[in-house]
Design a protein around this ligand. Structure first.
Ligand code: XBP
Ligand code: MG
Length: 230
């Protein structure tokens, strides 16, 4: 690999533990507020994570739980708007935390001078306050699902980061947690480090250059150390 110029981070499941106790809780609160009996338990939500994008996930669920495609589409849009609002509140109240090792890794990368960017499928309205709340303003270019029409596993969000920064894919590395994320990064021509979590430990991460048991895994920490020194 050429000299490392940039690290592009995924957010959900990679930088933060946001799915089980963040997004899932917000989706369930939106269901309840709307007077619906739909509820996503921990395992059900894990299966639904295969569908990236909250609005798409909702539409899929609603269509498979008794609603017509048209009804599902309209309801998904409304519920997702409320869910986004609830997620912002959960973040402000400190319910979404950095993943173990995330702060240490970001500190090491910042000290090395390598650029840090974000490529996420999530919605900008909660991504921005979350990154600020959990990390301060440490990321240069942040591309979210709000700016691209094709969500992961499409490479669109990664390609947008590369095009806006002018960074060549061979000079950057992506850090992901899931099969959809690894596929997106690799399709953009990036080398990808996968740091799985309890939801993604059985995902097919074989496209990744390195598969790690989280951000504190010595293999992942060592990978960066070997390329950045320090
Ligand atoms: C994250 C997602 C998102 C979040 C929810 O995938 O798929 O949909 O689960 O956020 P990745 P929104 O980590 O691969 O980017 O409700 O804002 O979509
Ligand atoms: Mg992820």
């Amino acid at each position: 690999m050429s000299r490392l110029e940039a690290v592009i981070f995924d957010v959900d499941g990679t930088l933060v533990d946001s799915e089980r106790d963040g997004h899932r809780v917000a989706f369930n609160e939106a269901f309840e507020e709307a007077g619906l009996t739909d509820y996503w338990d921990v395992d059900t939500y894990g299966q639904l994570l295969k569908i990236t994008g909250g609005a798409k996930r909702l539409a899929f669920w609603l269509e498979n739980n008794g609603r017509s495609p048209a009804e599902a589409a309209g309801l998904a849009k409304r519920l997702h708007k409320r869910k986004t609002h609830i997620m912002r509140r959960l973040i402000a109240d400190g319910h979404v935390q950095a993943r173990p090792g995330a702060h240490q890794l970001v500190d090491v990368l910042e000290a090395s001078g390598v650029a840090m960017h974000v490529a996420t499928t999530g919605t900008r309205a909660w991504v921005e306050p979350l990154l600020k709340h959990a990390f301060g303003d440490r990321f240069e270019t942040v591309i979210t699902g709000t700016e691209v029409s094709d969500l992961k596993p499409s490479p669109a969000v990664y390609l947008e980061v590369l095009s806006r920064t002018g960074c060549l894919p061979e000079r950057a590395v992506a850090v992901e947690d899931s099969a959809n994320g690894v596929q997106a990064a690799v399709a953009a021509g990036l080398c990808c480090l996968a740091a799985y979590n309890s939801y993604t430990c059985n995902d097919d991460l074989s496209g990744a250059t390195l598969v790690a048991d989280g951000l504190t895994d010595p293999a992942l920490v060592g990978w960066f150390h070997d390329r950045l020194g320090g």
